[in-house]
Design a protein around this ligand. Sequence first.
Ligand SMILES: Cc1cc2nc3c(=O)[nH]c(=O)nc-3n(C[C@H](O)[C@H](O)[C@H](O)COP(=O)(O)O)c2cc1C
Length: 363
Amino acid sequence: MSNLFESVTLRDSRIPNRLAVSPMCQYSCDADGLPTEWHRVHYGSRAVGGAGIVMTEATAVEPRGRITPADLGIWSDDHAAALEPIASFVREQGAVPGIQLAHAGHKASKRRPWEGNTPLSPEEGGWEVLSPSSDAYPPFSGDRPAITKATEDDLQAVVEAYRTAAARSLEAGFEIAEVHAAHGYLLHEFLSPVTNRRDDAYGGSFENRTRLVREVTAAVREVWPDDKPVFVRISATDWLDDRASWTLEDSVRLADDLADLGVDLVDVSSGGIHPEQDVAGGPNFQVPFAEAIRDGADVAVGAVGGITEPEQAEALVRNGRADLVLVGREFLRNPYFGLEAAERFTEDPADRWPVQYRRSRRR
Ligand SMILES: Cc1cc2nc3c(=O)[nH]c(=O)nc-3n(C[C@H](O)[C@H](O)[C@H](O)COP(=O)(O)O)c2cc1C
């Protein structure tokens, strides 16, 4: 009996197995955040490959929330219409389509990783970026874009952008909405005292620093139907023990608050707020955080990071360390990771292969 291939029902969504494609930016839009053939093939291949959930990359809720000009977006009806065939194909393959809703905050307006990841100046098409404070940022190499300290009106506009983006995601046929509150992007910048130096209702105390994430989550939950799940991805720790920063203890507390707001699963990542972070990587490196949140808060968790073997994923679910296993880079190396895991852990692997590929099974 496989635990990895046991379905799980969140709200009324039946997820056929516990393996999810972790959100991964493709930086492959030609313009204006619209998906290209690359996105169709990329997401389609992983759905064919047996994942239970195919989660999109960080998808910007407004143009200035893109990391690079080539990021995916969902800020207009045209975006929803262009994403619909992708969600629909993922569903036809038996996987559940999810969308990660994102705002890059001060990490926006950059070149793509393979172009150096450096900030874009206004002459190069760069834009002003939004963040909790204008004076608390780790140095970038190159000319940094102008940083705008968000006013309370700006923040209400961000909440509304998330709400509208979620409504459009639903129109596009996605079944899971994931709020991206990790990796040093806008929502995490508010959570962490490393980057949040505000003294208004959105800064200072834990309650104030978590306010924006809670408001965004509540807005998404309001428009996301009661029968469909909402996830939130967090960075469980800033990995900055030498200073006031976001900690695992904070994450457990936030996870409980999110559960009260109707969040079904916390997707547990870490880091990304500051270049001096001291990350202890390796296989399963973030699993202890997921486990601590699962034990300490009343919410399901997803584990991610350094999970590359089917046995590893199976053991995480079997031992009750996580409800869902998100796999990133291994799914890039091998889109058929899900089918290959099913060969090892299920009694009916042939039925899981697309009919078109069945003759290729190794026996
Ligand atoms: C190419 C690439 C792009 C990524 N983009 C995102 C993203 O858009 N949103 C996100 O939350 N994490 C992103 N991540 C992080 C992954 O989702 C995942 O958490 C990380 O790679 C660790 O998992 P792994 O060891 O299985 O790769 C990205 C990772 C990679 C390799």
